[in-house]
Design a protein around this ligand. Structure first.
Ligand SMILES: C[S@@+](CC[C@H](N)C(=O)[O-])C[C@H]1O[C@@H](n2cnc3c(N)ncnc32)[C@H](O)[C@@H]1O
Length: 249
């Protein structure tokens, strides 16, 4: 696609010029603490607007445990749902330890480029240590993306919307629209509470009671349509994801 240089270029937003945070240096850049400050819980769900995470190693181990040996397969399925294609320039928002970023990178191949961003320097450091050659990471929040206008084929994000403060979510969506090229795609995946009562009790114990009944689809649809994107599809990915895919006009 030849868009990697744009994807990894400077950003231009209403928030003003920022230093180039796309060289993937862990802890480099403008790592705003986001909303709610850091917290060390390792759950993939959590409450609403939970903010920036710490505890990268613990989070990584917890997601492997909760996905019971299927983590790579689950994220690969989400990358497929996103429509990641060879050669694409991809932005993974709220990359955490890089599990989804890595799955996206496998699907775009060596001719593609993937940038994972997260406001947590600790998460970015963890992911950077394990990054494939065509993947970079940078410290940045969804509300201020270090990426040039109209330069991205696919924006993807998993388990992140509920970490962003409710009033900042529309700001994040406006940023996503800014960086997507015309016809570019967005996949937003978030935590879908399991249906069974036992599983719900486990979720409540691990992540807090508010996540035990969580259905993210209505809000994901509203965010996409509110930002002027055209919703193309939606679905669920076991064991606890629901997603919406939309297209920039
Ligand atoms: C539950 S983790 C998900 C990580 C990864 N996407 C995954 O699926 O494993 C949520 C991540 O969102 C990040 N986050 C919090 N606030 C954010 C914001 N305003 N913008 C982008 N990411 C944010 C956290 O630091 C954390 O790494």
């Amino acid at each position: 696609m030849g868009l990697g240089e744009h994807l990894f270029g400077h950003r231009h937003t209403a928030h003003g010029e920022q230093p180039d945070a796309t060289h993937g240096h862990a802890g480099h850049g403008h790592g705003q603490a986001g909303h709610g400050g850091g917290h060390g819980n390792a759950d993939p769900g959590g409450g609403h607007g939970r903010g920036v995470m710490t505890g990268a190693g613990r989070y990584d181990r917890m997601t492997r445990l909760l996905l019971a040996g299927r983590r790579d397969r689950v994220y690969a399925a989400l990358a497929t749902a996103a429509g990641a294609r060879p050669g694409d320039s991809v932005l993974d928002i709220g990359c955490g330890t890089g599990a989804f970023t890595t799955a996206l990178a496998a699907q775009v191949g060596a001719t593609g480029r993937v940038l994972g961003i997260d406001p947590s320097p600790e998460m970015v450091a963890f992911a950077t240590e394990r990054a494939p050659a065509h993947v970079r990471y940078a410290v940045a929040p969804a509300e201020s993306l270090p990426v040039a206008d109209g330069s991205v084929d696919l924006v993807a994000s998993a388990l992140v919307v509920h970490h962003i403060a409710p009033d900042a979510r529309v700001v994040a969506l406006a940023e996503i629209v800014r960086v997507l090229r015309p016809g570019g795609r967005l996949l937003l995946a978030d935590f879908q509470a399991p249906r069974g009562p036992v599983a719900r009790r486990i979720v409540a114990a691990l992540t807090g009671p508010e996540m035990a009944g969580n259905d993210p689809i209505p809000e994901l649809l509203a965010l996409c349509t509110g930002a002027g994107l055209t919703v193309e599809d939606q679905g669920r990915q076991a064991p606890f994801f629901a997603w919406v895919r939309a297209r920039a006009n």
